[in-house]
Structures are given as structure tokens and as C-alpha cells.
Ligand binder design. Structure first.
Ligand SMILES: [Zn+2]
Length: 156
């Protein structure tokens, strides 16, 4: 009987841990960083979702990435066209909309190699643009934003 109870708990533990594992996680995004790390605060702001910006709230999550670094597909994705953060055609006004793992999201400040088709996890999406030329001294980063502007933090 005791063994039966023990096995029941074990089974429960396995079920619980596997449902946690089922949470989608972003794989490595940037060649200059061995793992995804949230942009540290600098004079322009902080990388967290909801961080303060001049007269609004930050609606994405910033992942540290050096200018010129390669940006990788975080999991198998479909490319769904260009998406520009500002629309002012400055040096970092480029990005792409992606879908995969049931998520729709945008990556900003990178130059996509192409705008349609599919990529496997770890394949190159494009490269980081020159963020330092627009915001000197900023901690350069890729901006990750869900298409519905919800908080992506749980995926990291
Ligand atoms: Zn951002």
C-alpha cells in the first residue's frame, strides 16, 4: 500500500514537471551572447517588459546583442514579412514578424536576410543593425515583442 502511494506521487511529479517543460522557451537569439540575457539598464532605459520610456511603457523584452552579430531563429519559425519599429528609416528601423510554437512575435533592430519562408531553430534570420550609431552607449539589443503586445518574459 505504501509503495502504491509512493508511485502515485512519483507519477504526479512526472506529470507536473512535463507540463512545466511544455512551456515554450526561446532558444539562443544572438551570436555575440552564448545565452539570452535581458539588456541591463543604461541611460536610455531598462530591458524589461513594462520598463519606463519617455512617455510610454516598454511593450517588449530586450535581449542583449552586439551590433553586427548574427540573429538566430529561437525555434522553428515562419517568416511573415518586414516589421519596422519606428517607420522613420533610421539606421535601426528594420525587423521582422515571425510565428512558431503557437506564438506570433516581432524582432526589431535587425536586418532580415529574407522576409518569407521558414527557418529551423538556430538558423540565421539576419544581423543586428548599428544601434550604437543611433543611441551611442546603449546596451545594444534585439527587441522581442509579441504581436498582441503581451509580456514575453515567461518564454525566456
Ligand atoms: Zn525594446
Amino acid at each position: 500500500m505504501k509503495l502504491y502511494i509512493l508511485f502515485s506521487f512519483l507519477l504526479l511529479a512526472v506529470i507536473c514537471s512535463s507540463s512545466v517543460d511544455a512551456q515554450v522557451k526561446f532558444g539562443r537569439l544572438c551570436s555575440s551572447h552564448s545565452r539570452n540575457s535581458i539588456r541591463e539598464c543604461d541611460s536610455y532605459g531598462c530591458g524589461k517588459y513594462g520598463a519606463k520610456r519617455e512617455n510610454r511603457k516598454h511593450l517588449g523584452l530586450d535581449i542583449a546583442c552586439d551590433d553586427g552579430a548574427k540573429v538566430y531563429a529561437p525555434f522553428d519559425v515562419m517568416l511573415n514579412g518586414r516589421s519596422k519599429p519606428y517607420g522613420n528609416d533610421n539606421a535601426i528601423d528594420d525587423g521582422i514578424t515571425l510565428s512558431g510554437e503557437g506564438l506570433c512575435f516581432k524582432l526589431f533592430y535587425l536586418k532580415p536576410d529574407r522576409l518569407t519562408g521558414t527557418l529551423k531553430k538556430g538558423e540565421r534570420i539576419g544581423h543586428m543593425l548599428s544601434m550604437q550609431s543611433v543611441y551611442r552607449g546603449i546596451n545594444s539589443h534585439v527587441h522581442v515583442q509579441m504581436c498582441d503586445a503581451s509580456d514575453p518574459t515567461k518564454y525566456f
